[in-house]
Ligand binder design. Structure first.
Ligand code: FAD
Ligand code: SF4
Ligand code: SF4
Length: 847
């Protein structure tokens, strides 16, 4: 149990306190008696209870001495976001709504990990599981609900979990970490979000659902079928019309047996078949209960001192399982507790959005159809869009949207208003922005909404409230609107509409959240997000990336495949197998294609050194294959131009025989290490620049990097090897070596930045390995070091390499580890071992 007592003005509570006015525990600051405050005790530190407290603090700060009991050991968090936590898209810290500091700052005594077990209505006290007795003047029950566990044999076996709280998510993540199979019972919102999360985490997942189509309470059969197809495409097996007979296992769940006899092996079973209001406390206290604790329109129970909000209540015969209605209840109750008199909760229109990244599903109202109703349907199979509106007497009754849910908020506002839609009846299926003067402009569309239109369904925030906050408080960004109004702070489904409102209200003054540039048309994720996911979620093949990150194409494209191939190679050295088909032609052919379709071949010359035997072998190859042009390159090597593709393996074999390997003149990898003659021959030379260049090239050759990399070593500051316009350049000085980074001599010339001065060759080698690895791990594919250094800043690179010796050593160690898998000569593999033989055959020979 965790206890947080505010230090001065909060209530003091103590286990076994016999008297209503409990004594402060030892160590807690003494309270200075002030005017007696009413004592409010809240049972349930969840979304509805804490929303009530937040609203109350805003309306009547300091009016109550507040104590909150929470059965879970955590501060209040956004339960809706457990699905993204399961899928690895958010961390727990990111979904905390009110930190412990917030409770302290507001003088609230928070008792976590401590369930209330009884209410004594006579004495007006509650007693908790530890025996703590706390008096109240007003009591709020907000105990939420519990997952319904179907009482089939085996349902209490270890390995059977619900999906309600963080403990359930932890249990699922622990199971997923071992791989294996998951069976999710229930194809509703929660079941599908659980199934998606477990699938993303690498489990084999089967959803079993009693009804013929998924989410039948929110979606009509057509949308349900589209959803099923999409989930199956993501590798989730779906069995509809399937009834669970038994959960099989001895010590631990082993399988799920269906009534038709089928048995599905399972390492974990998630029961997501529904929820039951958690009303035990209220019922035991003798409060009037039905399907939940009964409340009136002011959220009062049958005891005038006790109130209830959230999923645990029954209001006008209905229970709710989504936050929007619960937040409406919370507002009404806070208004009442703050002394307001005219508040009333009269029920809610609910809407649902599935939180499976990349699957857009929305429904609101009643779409079951029936007598006197009309339907408007829209299907666009190529875009995967389906929309269905149900109308009665020219008023919208329900809406189901699949694939394009942008107009959800608009349909909800039409539903709530009960407005006559005859004027827009013919075009409303296309959405609010269709036709008219706005020509489909979403900003104009939200500008046209009335102030009463609800933008954020979860938090019940209307357009008028948001616009007022924007103009009066000078808000200019989505985050600011979130902070001031709570719009888009829960499920985030309305953030696009809030941004459109900002843009419509502020015009040019709107600071759109920096939009992340997607990697390519196959995904909305940026390069950085994809790389981070590969590492954090342990994605080890392209197929896993496509699956886990909702690629919109089955196999990626020419733009994302090479980048993914590189990111996977970099993340999993020795494990991931390079996919040659995902490389550009020069890298596939291990030679540079020239403008006449022939290739150029460049053998490596370590540090620019060559020998008579190498030159002889080159001359022989030139004669033997009638190579028309031989040229010395800017990188101090010899380039053979005009080699026919089909001759490449034989040319390489002859060069290999003379001890030469590929110069990787075509690669996104190390190209050359240019050197001057240095102290060996030059009278100005301070160090052996050639020898150091050879060592650097031996260490770095064969590496794959985001783009090409060129190194150089100059023997003195006269800098004959032009080291200060290389990706990494070493300039030898009397006292040792200067390391320069981020230079470029190409189209946009950039002089290097000085990284560090060091004394020994060993240090040069360690810094070089570390710099290469930092660039490999952090730069985006096809980003050279110069723009990378400019983007992240030299300070960032210095901090990693110069300021943190441990990190530098670790980076260097990772570089050397990865090099142990990559220093194979691709020419030898192809010339001698026949790797990729088909690449070099004439088309006529293939087949
Ligand atoms: C995975 C998941 C996804 C969801 N997605 C959505 C969504 O997309 N949109 C949406 O609108 N809604 C969604 N919901 C539903 C939404 O989270 C709930 O409607 C909302 O949290 C209910 O709020 P509440 O305060 O009534 O209950 P809760 O948030 O469950 O809070 C009740 C708290 O009371 C505590 N408690 C219970 N008994 C006691 C006791 N005796 N003493 C002390 N503490 C006690 C519980 O431990 C719990 O912490 C989702 C729910 C889950 C589980
Ligand atoms: S850089 Fe210095 S050492 Fe190297 S060749 Fe030029 S003058 Fe000589
Ligand atoms: S400088 Fe231009 S023309 Fe010359 S080799 Fe490079 S790309 Fe070709």
């Amino acid at each position: 149990m965790d206890m947080h007592l505010s230090s001065n003005n909060g209530p003091a509570v103590e286990p076994d306190a016999a008297q209503p006015d409990a004594i402060a525990p030892e160590g807690a600051a003494l309270r200075i008696p002030g005017p007696a405050k009413e004592r409010l005790v809240v049972v349930g530190n969840g979304m509805a209870g804490m929303k009530t407290v937040e609203e109350l603090l805003a309306k009547a700060p300091g009016r109550f001495e507040i104590t909150v009991f929470g059965a879970e050991p955590h501060p209040n968090y956004n339960r809706i976001m457990l699905s993204p936590v399961l899928a690895g898209e958010k961390s727990f810290d990111q979904i905390v709504l009110n930190s412990r500091e917030w409770y302290d700052a507001n003088g609230i005594a928070l008792l976590t990990g401590e369930a209330v077990e009884g209410i004594d209505r006579e004495a007006k006290t509650v007693v908790s599981q530890s025996g703590r007795v706390v008096p109240y003047d007003r009591l709020l029950i907000a105990t939420g609900s519990m997952p319904f566990i179907i009482p089939v044999p085996g349902s209490t076996l270890p390995g059977v979990v619900g999906f309600r709280d963080l403990a359930d998510v932890d249990a699922m993540l622990a199971a997923a970490a071992k791989g294996g199979r998951a069976v999710v019972i229930g194809g509703g919102l929660l079941g599908l979000e659980a199934a998606n999360g477990l699938r993303v985490k690498g489990m084999d997942v089967t959803v079993i659902h009693l009804m013929p189509t998924l989410m039948e309470r929110q979606l009509d059969p057509s949308a349900g079928m589209l959803l099923q197809r999409e989930l199956e495409r993501r590798g989730i097996a779906v069995l509809t019309g399937a009834d669970t007979a038994e959960i099989v296992g001895d010590e631990q769940v082993r399988a799920v047996r269906l009534k038709d006899g089928r048995e599905l092996p399972a390492d974990i079973v998630v029961m997501a078949v529904g929820i039951r209001p958690n009303m035990a406390l209220g019922r035991a206290a003798g409060l009037e209960c039905g399907r939940g604790i009964r409340v009136d329109d002011r959220m009062r129970t049958s005891d005038p001192s006790i109130f209830a909000v959230g999923e645990c209540v029954e209001h006008r015969g209905l229970t709710y399982g989504l936050v929007a209605p619960l937040f409406e209840m919370a507002k009404v109750l806070a208004h009442d507790l703050a002394g307001g008199e005219d508040g009333a909760y009269t029920g809610s229109v609910t809407s649902t959005k599935l939180k499976v990244t990349g699957v857009d599903v929305f429904s609101a109202g009643d779409f079951s159809g029936g007598e006197g109703t009309e339907e408007i349907l829209f299907r666009d199979a190529s875009r995967g869009v389906y929309k269905r509106l149900v109308l009665k007497d020219n008023r919208l009754l329900g809406a189901v949207l699949y694939g394009d849910t942008r107009d959800g908020a608009w349909y909800v506002s039409l539903l709530k208003d009960g407005a006559d839609v005859s004027a827009e009846r013919d075009t409303m299926i296309f959405g609010q922005g269709f036709g008219g003067a706005d020509g489909g402009d979403p900003n104009a569309a939200v500008a046209a909404l009335p102030d009463s239109a609800e933008i954020c369904g979860c938090n019940g925030v209307c357009k008028g409230t948001i616009v007022k906050a924007i103009t009066e408080k000078g808000l200019t960004s989505l985050d600011e609107v979130k902070a001031h109004t709570k719009a888009s702070a829960s499920c985030g489904g309305c953030s696009g509409t809030v941004e459109a409102l900002l843009a419509a209200t502020l015009g040019d003054g709107f600071k759109a959240a920096p939009t992340v540039k997607p990697m390519c048309k196959c995904t909305h994720h940026s390069h950085d997000a994809v790389r981070a996911s590969i590492v954090e979620r342990g994605l080890k093949t392209m197929a896993e990336v496509f699956q886990a990150m909702d690629w919109t194409t089955a196999d990626g494209c020419a733009s994302c495949r090479p980048a993914l191939n590189y990111y996977l190679l970099c993340a999993w050295p020795g494990e991931y197998k390079d996919d040659y088909q995902s490389r550009y032609i020069n890298e596939r052919a291990h030679a540079n294609i020239q403008k006449d379709g022939t290739y150029s071949v460049v053998p490596r010359m370590w540090g620019g050194l060559t020998s008579a035997s190498e030159l002889r072998a080159i001359a022989d190859v030139v004669d033997k294959f009638a190579i028309p042009t031989v040229k010395v390159t800017g990188g101090q090597r010899i380039d053979l131009f005009g080699v026919k593709k089909e001759d490449l393996p034989a040319v390489w074999a002859d060069l290999n025989a003379a001890g030469m390997v590929s110069g990787h003149a075509y690669a996104k990898g190390l190209r050359t290490v240019k050197t001057c003659v240095g102290s060996e021959w030059c009278r100005f030379g301070t160090q052996d620049s050639t020898g150091l260049g050879v060592k650097l090239e031996r260490m770095t050759w064969g590496t794959w990097t985001p783009h090409k990399v060129k190194l150089a070593v100059s023997g003195c500051p006269r800098n004959c090897a032009e080291a200060t316009i290389k990706d990494l350049g070493v300039v030898c000085i009397d006292s040792g070596y200067e390391l320069h980074v981020g230079g470029n001599g190409g189209l946009h010339v950039r002089a290097c930045d000085l990284l560090v001065r060091v004394a020994t060759e060993e240090e040069v080698l360690e810094y070089t390995g570390a710099f290469m690895q930092l660039y490999r791990e952090e730069a985006r594919y096809l980003e050279r070091t110069a723009p990378w250094v400019e983007r992240v800043g030299l300070d960032h690179i210095k901090a990693a390499l110069v300021g943190d010796a441990e990190r530098r050593r670790a980076l260097n160690a990772r570089f050397l580890f990865s090099q142990s898998f990559s220093q194979d000569d691709p020419w030898a593999e192809r010339a001698a071992q026949g790797v990729d033989r088909h690449e070099f055959k004439l088309l006529a020979d293939v087949g």
